[in-house]
Write a protein that binds this ligand. Structure first.
Ligand code: SF4
Ligand code: SF4
Length: 383
């Protein structure tokens, strides 16, 4: 298992993590088998947004004796009423269900206190100006949570929170289909099959690209939800690409976005955990999602680097996707230039090493002018 640093928190998390959503309603024994399969495979981060009491207790039982080796995302504002999950912005309700989480999971701290499901600017205002953010800050001061997170599906809302400066970790829905959805797609339609069959796809949604770059620039680590697109991307009849992706391709897509530290995979069985963990041993060819994207001409992903590394190998060992990621982040005029420059400096080969051989440009399915970008990167980064 490879581990990545979760932005400015400094927490080291497994690049493949576990989403526990699908464990709700499962027998305790199944919950334990899934959690143990993940931990035994090197997973050290899990998300448990669910407010349902039994699954919280079962996850706690499954973690007994191993809790300190796991980074837990617990959610502030995920509550349970009359047998139903609800989202709340009421300070007292948030407190009751955070304390319920701690009690049921059997811990006295939550690594990432995720302010739950903030998808509109109005809701963000409510969070920031109401009791929820105050409560999260108090929990952090008391050491009950180690970092403040927020989960969101909306790039504009999420970016506003990132740029406000209080956010440590963002949980965001990332997969190729969501990234390519037209900019004006209403959030409630993300999961609508008709949306995915519609017109108007024209490259990566600039708001989403800008969000990832803002996270990288501000040191906000991203943990990914919906890595598999709710399963749509495995179904040839539902995938908007007309072709299916493999788990390894989708995990690699998520992990290739700037600032992403971990792709959380919702698993219901140990076999699904094993399928996700197989990513760690997948070859570059098995991870390569570029060909699937490129085969979908209607998306018009041209001259835009999607960080797929389909253009490898480079004779001097330049990681083209990584250089392009750093370049795109620096081009945003980020305040965190030092961070980006440090990431760039840590690469094994730099744009200044480019021989301008053109091999990568021949292989890039998106017509990216790599040689020109290498020149620009060498100039901006100085190596
Ligand atoms: S230059 Fe092209 S092939 Fe290479 S990483 Fe970017 S999009 Fe992929
Ligand atoms: S043009 Fe530069 S980056 Fe591309 S393969 Fe050749 S040496 Fe590598």
């Amino acid at each position: 298992m490879e581990y990545r640093t979760l932005g400015k928190t400094g927490i080291s998390v497994s690049e493949v993590g576990l989403g526990c959503e699908h464990l709700q309603g499962k027998p305790a024994e199944t919950v334990a088998r899934v959690v143990h399969a993940a931990l035994d495979g090197g997973v050290n981060i899990l998300d448990a947004f669910m407010s349902e009491p039994q699954v919280r207790s079962d996850i706690g039982a499954a973690l007994r004796g191993r809790r300190d080796r796991v980074t837990i995302q617990g959610h502030i504002g995920s509550v349970w009423h009359d047998g139903q999950y609800e989202r709340s912005r009421d300070g007292e309700q948030c407190r009751i269900f955070v304390e319920d989480f701690l009690r049921r999971v059997g811990t006295d701290y939550i690594d990432i206190g995720m302010i739950h499901f903030v998808d509109t600017l109005d809701d963000l205002k409510t969070v920031e100006e109401g009791p929820v953010l105050d409560y999260a800050r108090r929990l952090k001061e008391q050491g009950v949570i180690r970092a403040i997170g927020m989960s969101s599906h909306d790039p504009v809302t999420a970016r506003r929170a990132v740029e406000a400066g209080w956010l440590d970790v963002l949980m965001f829905s990332v997969n190729p289909a969501y990234d390519l959805l037209p900019e004006n797609t209403y959030i409630d339609n993300y999961f609508n099959v008709d949306t995915w069959r519609g017109e108007g796809f024209s490259g990566i949604n600039p708001n989403r690209a800008a969000l990832y770059e803002a996270c990288a620039a501000h040191g906000v680590g991203i943990t990914v939800m919906k890595t598999y697109g709710a399963g749509f991307l495995f179904n040839p009849g539902l995938s908007p690409f007309g072709r299916t992706f493999t788990p390894a391709q989708l995990i690699h897509y998520a992990l290739s976005r700037p600032a992403v530290a971990s792709a959380l995979i919702g698993c219901q069985t140990p076999e699904e955990v094993a399928a996700a963990l197989a990513y760690e041993n997948a070859s570059p060819e098995e991870r390569d999602y570029g060909a699937v994207l490129a085969a979908t001409a209607q998306f018009g992903v041209t001259r835009q680097c999607v960080y797929c590394n389909h253009c490898h190998p480079c004779p001097v060992g330049i990681d083209v996707a990584a250089v392009n990621r750093c370049l795109d982040t620096l081009r945003t005029g980020t305040d965190a230039q030092d961070t980006v420059r440090a990431q760039y400096a840590a690469l094994e080969a730099h744009a200044g090493d480019c021989l301008a051989c053109g091999a990568c440009e021949e292989r890039c399915p998106f017509g990216v002018g790599v040689i020109g970008r290498m020149r620009e990167a060498a100039e901006l980064f100085g190596i």
